[in-house]
Every structure is written in C-alpha cells, then in structure tokens.
Design a protein around this ligand. Structure first.
Ligand SMILES: Cc1cc2nc3c(=O)[nH]c(=O)nc-3n(C[C@H](O)[C@H](O)[C@H](O)COP(=O)(O)OP(=O)(O)OC[C@H]3O[C@@H](n4cnc5c(N)ncnc54)[C@H](O)[C@@H]3O)c2cc1C
Length: 514
C-alpha cells in the first residue's frame, strides 16, 4: 500500500479515473492494476493558488487497504446496567461503547429530549427566558447539540477518532467528516444525529430518562455487594454497580456535591475572555488573500500569542456562524458560537481567551478548590449586572483595546441583543491587558483583523472546566470510590465534542472490563 498527496483546484472533485491514474504512477503499475484507491484526508491550502490537497491511499493487485470496522452493537436488554449521568458526547459515546461490550447503558439526563429542547433555546434567544435545565448546555446531546459541530481534536492519542467519526456517519453525519482536515457537522444536522443515537441505544436495550437531574450519589450495600444509588431531584432513584459521571463543565452543582461529601476535587486552569465577531467577508479576504470565490468554504482562523507568561488564543472559531447565550442559570451572561452546516451567516466569531491558572487570582484563594469557579461565575455575573439582562456588554474592537467608549455598534448575530458598554472595565484587569496586547499582535498575523468593524462581546468563560475530578489512571474511577467514573469535559479530561466522545469510549471500555 502507498500513501501520496495530490492537489486539485477547489471546484474540481477528483474522479475515480484520475485517482487511479495518479495511484498507478505512485505504485509503478498501470491504472487498471490498481486494486483499490481512496482519499483519506482533504485540506484546503490557500497559501498560493487555492487548492484542495488530498492524501490518497492506493493498493496494488494482491494488496488491501486497511479497513476500520466499528464493532457491532449487542442486544443488552438482559445485561447488567451501567448508569450514565449526562447525555452529552461523553455520555452518548460511553453508552454506544457499552452496547458493543454487552452492557446496558441507562442514561439520566437533567434536560429535555432534543426536540423539546429546541423550544427552550428559541425562548432563550427571542424572549431572554433562561431555563436552568434546558438550554445550550443542558439537554439531550449536551453542549455539542447546538454548536458549530467542529470535530477536530488534538487529543486523538486518547483513542481512535475513527470510532467516533464512523459512528457519526452511520447516524447521519456527512461522509466528508471522515476525510476533511477540519470536519464539522452544523447545528441543523446535529439534533437528528443525536436522536438517531438515542434510537439505537434504546432499540438495543439501553434506557434514556429525561428530566432526571442527579442530586445525590450514595454508596449502599446489601451485605454482599456494594452499589451506587443515584438520587434525582424529582424523588426517583436508580441503582447500579457502576456510574459514569459525564455532566459537562457547567454542572456546578455536581462539583459542590463532591465537595460536600468530602470527595476529591482538584483546581484546574481554564481560559476566559471575549467573543470577537467580524464580518465573514473580511475574514475570507484576509485568509484567502482576496481570492475568495462563491462556493468556497467560509474561512477559518486560529490565533495564539504569548503575553506576559500566559497564552491568549482563539477558541471555538465559528466561520459563517452566530453568537448564542450559553448561560445555564439566570443572572449570568455567557457567550459561545454555533453554525449551520452551510456556515453561511455573514459573520465569523471566535472566543479570544486568556489562560487563567490556579493561583492567578489570589483574591479568590479563600474559596479553595473552587477559586477559579467562583472567579468564572463572578465575571459572568458582572456582565449580567451591567446589562441587567441577557444582552451582552459589547464594544468595537479597536475602541476596546484603546479603552475608548464606542460610538454606535455594528450589527451582531447575537439575538438577545448587545449593549454598548465599557467592556475593558468589566473584564478582570489581568485578562483585559493580555487581550489588548494579543489583539494588536493578531493583526500582524492576519492583517486587517484589528478593526473597529469587529465587535467584542463579554464574556466567553465556559471554555473548559475550572475543576477536575481526579481518577485513577488504571481503574478510571475516583480514587477510593470504586465504580464511580468521572468522564468527559466536566471531569476535566476532555475539551470539545470529539475528545469528550473519546473519553466516553475510554471510560466505558474500562467500566466494561471490571
Ligand atoms: C454553543 C456551543 C458551541 C460549541 N461548539 C463546539 C464545536 O464546534 N466543537 C467542539 O468540539 N466543541 C464545541 N463546544 C463544546 C462541546 O460541546 C463540549 O466540549 C462537549 O459537549 C462536552 O461534552 P461532555 O459530554 O463532556 O459534556 P456536555 O456536552 O456538557 O454534556 C453534559 C450533559 O450532562 C447533563 N447534566 C449535567 N448535570 C447533570 C445532572 N446533575 N444530572 C443529570 N444530567 C446532568 C447536561 O444536561 C448535559 O446534557 C460547544 C459548546 C457550546 C455551548
């Protein structure tokens, strides 16, 4: 088998005959002697003439291309249950892996099913009504359902990304995610995929319980066996030997519960800053060197700058996307970004955030392990305190950096509305100063980025969990709490859809072997 790279103009999808031709040359055989050929990766290259670069695998006669086969789901109606708290990417992919292992996943989800959830998300945007159990973070599919659906991760060494991507395709995602260097799905397609996953889990014998907010986890014993009894807010309870806790980074009540039980928790760094929103046409112009043509994908960017010992970087960039309120309780303003599969809104947005490490905000040290969580929450509340609503405090970018109040604001995609505000004052000084320096530096990397046509809005704060639930690297359980498996972004072991899904698979596989 040989692997090689070829490039084609972006409007030209290579045909099988063309691939065989090139493959034949690479293998040193005639095209008709090429047994199999396939594209394994496609990436856009805008450095010179804009082309798609394809990585291609080819096999000569007598050889085979390596296939990746996702193990089959088993019927688990009669199998021993494993409780999964949370139906985000970590919980869903843990459940799918349990089906492969012959164990019965029972999912407890505080939010609603994805269909009902859409109405709460609409009310959040249009009427500024916050439902603490059903929003952009809580509900079926977790924080990944109404998102940009970017599927790349730097942590593929955790597991095999193909297991995640191939299952997503089987549940309705486009096949392009298997080859695109920066695959994404989009919020118009994700809810249907999430529903298909649920259907598969239930058909094979798993269970889903919506509106079940877990408020307690008790160790119980019948004299012979130890079990976990999981209590829900409505008075119901579920018992099993093993519980996978995949509650995401916004489930602050779970961290508090851990602390109240005296169970281990660790402080962890996270990142905080603003969302920057530019006209997509400007980002296209910069990234495609004024060579953008209709039909080309909305351009992305990724920026990073070290300022005064801390990284300032772009986070969850959404080309052709919109800004959304990702609050989980009344009295906060938090922003994030999402997009549809076409990525065709006139805006490009990204979090521009500064790393905050334990010890960086000594005035919060009195909160111990919750220092950064309290800090995070205080900034979210300060934003709300200023606007007294879900409207986001906002400024033009250059004004923000020059500590100058803006005269009028450009249009924004943020539906709950924006409020002209001294954002430079509302952000913690250490974060603001670093953002200011970084924004100017970004313009050297993307000339034209630093412009008053762009808007900055506060606050982007749910970048990752500010707390970690420790786990034993061998058992994957909380040390001393056998059978309790912290998992995904909320536990502090993942960030993003795919790495959370991979962590779910890892943890489920560990649970199934015990
Ligand atoms: C608007 C938005 C856009 C995003 N875009 C992207 C993107 O394009 N690409 C990307 O990689 N990442 C993106 N992310 C981040 C990504 O969604 C998360 O990293 C990922 O969903 C984390 O997966 P998880 O399963 O660990 O947790 P979550 O997805 O947060 O899921 C946790 C689940 O647990 C449930 N839960 C919480 N507490 C309880 C409880 N006590 N009882 C019962 N259930 C509970 C919640 O309701 C939720 O459904 C985005 C996030 C948001 C908010």
């Amino acid at each position: 088998m040989k692997e090689f790279e070829i490039a084609f103009p972006i409007r030209h999808e290579p045909t099988e005959a063309e691939l065989r031709q090139v493959a034949g040359r690479a293998l040193g055989v005639k095209p008709e002697r090429v047994a199999a050929v396939r594209i394994v990766r496609r990436s856009l290259d805008a450095r010179g003439e804009i082309v798609y670069r394809y990585r291609v695998q080819a096999a000569a006669a007598g050889e085979m291309l390596e296939e990746f086969v996702v193990p089959a789901y088993r019927d688990v109606h009669a199998a021993e249950p494993v409780l999964i708290v949370g139906s985000g990417p970590a919980g869903m992919f843990a459940a799918l892996r349990l089906l492969m292992e012959g164990r019965r996943p029972v999912i407890l989800e505080r939010g609603k099913d994805v269909h009902a959830r859409k109405y709460d998300v609409a009310a959040l945007n249009q009427q500024r009504l916050v439902n603490g159990e059903s929003n952009y973070c809580f509900g079926e599919g977790g924080a990944g359902t109404f998102s940009d659906g970017k599927l790349y991760t730097r942590s593929s060494k955790r597991g095999d990304l193909r297991e995640v991507l191939q299952q997503l395709v089987a549940f309705g995602a486009p096949e392009s995610i298997l080859v695109d260097a920066h695959p994404h799905i989009g919020s118009d397609a994700l809810p249907r995929i999430v529903e298909q996953i649920r259907q598969c889990i239930v058909e094979h014998g798993g269970e889903y319980h919506f509106g079940e907010k877990v408020t307690g986890i008790l160790s119980v014993s019948d004299g012979l066996h130890k079990r976990w009894k999981v209590l829900c807010a409505g008075g119901t309870s579920y018992t099993a030997r093993q519980v996978i806790l995949a509650t995401g980074h916004s489930s602050r009540d779970i961290y508090r519960y851990f602390a109240a039980q005296g169970w281990p928790l660790e402080a962890k760094g996270f990142a905080l800053g603003v969302r920057a929103e530019h006209p997509q046409a400007l980002i296209n112009k910069i990234q495609y060197h004024s060579k953008h043509q209709p039909g080309m994908p909305a351009a992305e960017y990724s920026l990073v700058e070290q300022v005064d010992g801390r990284g300032v970087f772009s986070f969850c960039m959404c080309p052709g996307g919109i800004l959304v309120p990702s609050v989980t309780a009344p009295g906060e303003v938090v922003l994030n970004g999402m997009s549809n599969s076409m990525r065709n809104s006139p805006w490009a947005n990204a979090g521009i955030v500064c790393a905050v490490n334990p010890g960086d905000v000594p005035e919060y040290d009195r909160f111990g392990v919750f220092a950064l969580l309290e800090f995070q929450q205080s900034v979210e509340r300060a934003m709300f305190g200023f606007s007294d609503s879900l409207r986001a405090p906002a400024q033009r970018l250059v004004d923000f950096c020059r500590k100058k109040d803006s005269q009028g604001l450009p249009r924004s995609s943020y539906q709950p509305g924006v409020l002209n505000a001294p954002l430079y004052d509302l952000l913690p000084a250490g974060v603001y100063e670093r953002l200011r320096v970084a924004f100017a530096a970004f313009d050297r990397k993307m000339h034209g980025y630093y412009t008053n046509d762009a808007l900055v809005l506060g606050v982007e704060s749910r970048t990752s969990s500010p707390v970690r639930i420790p786990r034993d690297p061998e058992t994957m359980c909380v040390p001393g709490l056998e059978g309790l498996y912290p998992c995904g972004e909320g536990a502090g072991y993942a960030g993003g859809i795919t790495s959370s899904a991979l962590d779910g698979i890892l943890v489920a596989a560990a649970a199934a072997t015990r």
